[in-house]
Design a protein around this ligand. Structure first.
Ligand SMILES: NC(=O)C1=CN([C@@H]2O[C@H](COP(=O)(O)OP(=O)(O)OC[C@H]3O[C@@H](n4cnc5c(N)ncnc54)[C@H](OP(=O)(O)O)[C@@H]3O)[C@@H](O)[C@H]2O)C=CC1
Ligand SMILES: CC(=O)N[C@@H](CCC(=O)OP(=O)(O)O)C(=O)O
Length: 341
């Protein structure tokens, strides 16, 4: 059994982690922490756990926790985790950080885009970017995994085969992305207030979103990235455009995607003419990808869909845990989409 702690257990990602971990037979969920609800039973915070999961939230005593567990999931806002962990802690415990603190290798880039000081730059080199389908071998050996961002997960998985095979013109990538409101977390703010976002669609952080450097670092290309807030709870859809270098047919590109993903259980390629929809991945750890070659413009258009809180956060974190501890990569992640809801 792997002994596990979830720090930040009452946030949206934290609660999805709990849901995935309590049904995993290889996991002993020893600690769940909360600053706001310390001493309270989890089921008094989230009623869906009544009589099912009643563990009490403790404070965030990381020194003690790291002595007693094998793995800590950090589900805290950005800018906190890098001040909480250090090298000597990593000698005792593995960490999967779901915030962005270790995703970017260049500290100056991090501090510029996140507008905060990094608390442990000495750990940036060893942190492994936890996109399972890209870095599985390094994840197996990692002590510290930086779980990817939600928009980057869909964007990078959609574009990686094209970039790796040098099929698209450098820096021609445009990503139009849409996210459900849980992407903004549980905290209250005006933009995610029901009356402010329901029945409306908006672009935000145009050319300035903090996921831009993350996507660019992983793809090695500049990108134009525009996120939109969609009035639904879960789901991300990314529609990416890029100029093809040569005249390629659908079947040529399909072979390339198959080369990268045919053995990847959680990446599913749609059939020609069928494009991913968030409802087919909601509540699951799948990333669905479909594409079209626009012969008139010689551009490729790739659509990716994930559940922002599962493959975009908690599910990918569990997948990373499974890889780090040599478990079946699918353990606890077998659910298909909740449809209809
Ligand atoms: N939501 C999503 O779709 C995704 C989120 N992420 C990342 O995962 C992390 C958690 O996100 P999410 O669960 O959505 O966020 P939430 O705001 O829902 O939850 C974060 C939790 O962290 C705890 N917390 C501890 N210290 C602080 C603090 N100083 N300020 C605010 N909260 C604090 C709070 O719980 P308490 O007070 O009980 O301790 C809070 O509920 C973030 O880094 C986020 O960017 C990544 C991918 C997708
Ligand atoms: C809808 C919404 O607000 N989404 C968030 C991104 C989700 C998130 O938490 O970002 P990470 O994946 O980097 O952790 C945003 O745009 O800031």
């Amino acid at each position: 059994m792997i002994k596990v702690a979830v720090v930040g257990s009452t946030g949206y990602v934290g609660t999805d982690l709990i849901r995935l971990l309590i049904k995993n037979p290889d996991v002993d969920l020893k600690y769940i922490t909360s600053e706001s609800y310390e001493g309270q039973s989890y089921s008094s915070i989230y009623e869906n756990y009544r009589d099912v999961f009643t563990k009490t939230c403790t404070g965030k005593d990381l020194e003690k926790i790291s002595e007693e567990v094998d793995l800590i999931f950090m589900a805290l806002p950005h800018g906190i985790v890098s001040n909480e962990i250090n090298s000597s802690m990593l000698e005792k415990v593995k960490v999967i950080d779901i915030s962005a603190d270790y995703r970017l290798k260049d500290i100056q880039v991090y501090e510029k885009w996140y507008n905060t000081e990094h608390g442990s730059p000495e750990l940036l080199d060893e942190a492994v970017y936890g996109l399972c389908e890209k870095n599985r071998e390094d994840i197996k050996k990692a002590r510290l995994v930086a779980n990817p961002g939600c928009y980057p997960t869909s964007s990078i998985l959609s574009l990686m085969p094209l970039v790796e095979e040098d099929l698209i013109e450098k820096n021609s990538i445009i990503i139009d992305a849409k996210s459900g409101v849980t992407g903004a977390g549980r905290g209250i703010n005006l933009g995610t207030h029901f009356t402010e976002c329901n029945e409306s669609l908006k672009a935000y952080s145009i050319g300035a979103h903090r996921h831009i450097p993350e996507i660019e670092e992983q793809l090695g290309s500049l990108v134009s990235f525009t996120p939109h807030l969609i009035p639904m709870n879960r789901g991300i859809l990314t529609t990416s455009y890029a100029n093809l270098k040569e005249n390629l047919e659908y079947d040529d590109i399909k072979k390339i995607y198959e080369k990268y993903y045919k053995d990847e259980y959680f990446v599913r390629l749609t059939k020609e003419g069928v494009f991913p929809e968030t409802k087919w991945v909601k509540g699951s750890n799948f990333c669905d990808i479909g594409f079209k070659v626009d012969k008139r413009t010689n551009r490729i258009i790739v659509v990716g869909a994930i559940d922002n809180m599962i493959k975009g956060a908690a599910g990918q974190a569990v997948q990373n845990m499974n890889i780090m501890f040599g478990l079946d990569e699918k353990a606890g992640l077998e659910d298909v989409s909740i449809f209809p809801v």
